[in-house]
Design a protein around this ligand. Structure first.
Ligand code: WQD
Length: 335
């Protein structure tokens, strides 16, 4: 079976390509390299011994998207990672985010319909839940009004999938990620943010590497045990494996609805201070940090109820927090 991975040279896409190849799938990666580089293809080959096909393409451009499918005519399914994904940037450039993220999705659906490709896994996000009313959060928990254009595009794609799967042969699964961190054990692939990292873990590892002077902890007066925000951090390899299970569920026609949603987290919430503690313990590196004012747009706390994914997908995250923080550090040391 041949799977198209859009955004496959990115952080989660590259790890998913590795796990798909390990599971015996053939992979073609389409990526515009706006936030990653083609060398990732060589590194995936080094890890798995199989070189994925690669085509550079701006999938938000209908002609370039069509060329992908004219070039690779044996695509059985798609896992769609390709999107702009910086919350802060989306507040400054909302139109670019809507055009890019929704344009990619709609071009892919057009091509799927034309070529009778039926199986689609969408990279979605827990950001669709906003600030939860109750925790842990279930797939049936209310989806809230988006707090950024980035989060809004995730929600819109889910809602479009509802109508598209109801009016076509396309079957889809949306995986709602929590906070993916860490890196492959080989330290050949990992998170490679452009410029100053927005996310916590790359900022921690760059501070530990001396690239950043000090980690600012955004807020210590939240209504949480230690005053800092809580998130459900999940190892990127566990997350990648969930995509293999999801696409196989569709191919094997085990899905129970035309569109299914799954929370992909660990079910454990950790605070910023607990992440720092885990990093220092698992790496032996003392981190330079201090408290700073709250960051606009941050929710207080969220973690997943993973029982539905465990029951229906037979999938459960296995890696613990120290493995996440230590693998992120091993990756950073190669940069
Ligand atoms: C985590 C915690 C920060 C940086 C976002 C998106 C989500 C997904 C992951 C793309 C928060 C704190 C962070 C720093 C800090 N994105 N922090 N100092 O905001 O939970 O999720 O990224 O798919 O959709 O919403 O992740 O890593 O930015 O922040 O104190 O320098 O770390 O305040 O509490 P977030 P994050």
């Amino acid at each position: 079976m041949r799977i198209l991975i859009t955004g496959g040279t990115g952080f989660i896409g590259s790890h998913t390509t590795v796990e798909l190849q390990n599971a015996g799938f053939d992979v073609v990666i389409a990526d515009n390299l706006s936030n990653s580089n083609a060398e990732v293809v060589d590194r995936i080959e080094k890890i798995t011994g199989k070189r994925p096909d690669f085509i550079k393409a701006d999938l938000s451009n209908a002609r370039e998207c069509r060329l992908v499918f004219d070039t690779f005519t044996d695509i059985d399914g798609i896992i769609n990672f390709a999107a702009s994904k910086a919350v802060g940037e989306s507040m400054e450039k909302p139109v670019m985010y809507y055009k890019n993220n929704l344009g990619i999705f709609l071009n892919l659906v057009e091509e799927m319909k034309k070529r009778n490709i039926k199986y689609f896994v969408q990279s979605s996000s827990c950001t669709v839940y906003g600030e939860p009313d109750t925790l842990p959060i279930k797939e049936t928990s209310p989806v809230k009004t988006a707090t950024s254009p980035y989060g809004h595009t995730k929600r819109i794609v889910e809602e479009m999938l509802d109508f598209i799967t109801a009016t076509s042969d396309i079957k889809a699964i949306a995986l709602r990620y929590f906070n993916p961190i860490g890196a492959h054990a080989s330290a050949l692939i990992g998170e490679l943010p452009n410029g100053v990292p927005n996310n916590l873990l790359p900022f921690i590892t760059q501070t530990a590497a001396g690239i950043r002077k000090e980690l600012k902890v955004f807020g210590n007066d939240y209504p949480t045990p230690d005053g800092t925000c809580i998130r459900d951090y999940i190892h990127v390899v566990d997350l990648a494996k969930a995509h293999v299970v999801a696409i196989r569920r569709l191919i094997d026609k085990k899905n129970k609805k035309d569109l299914e949603f799954f929370n992909i987290g660990t079910g454990n919430g950790f605070s910023v201070l607990e992440i720092i503690k885990s990093f220092e313990k698992s790496t032996g590196v003392k981190l330079n940090w201090s408290f700073a004012p709250r960051r606009a747009g941050d929710i207080i706390q969220i973690w997943a109820d993973t029982s539905f994914a465990e029951k229906e997908l037979g999938w459960k995250a296995k890696e613990d927090l120290d493995s996440m923080t230590s693998s992120a550090w091993r990756w950073q040391q190669t940069l």
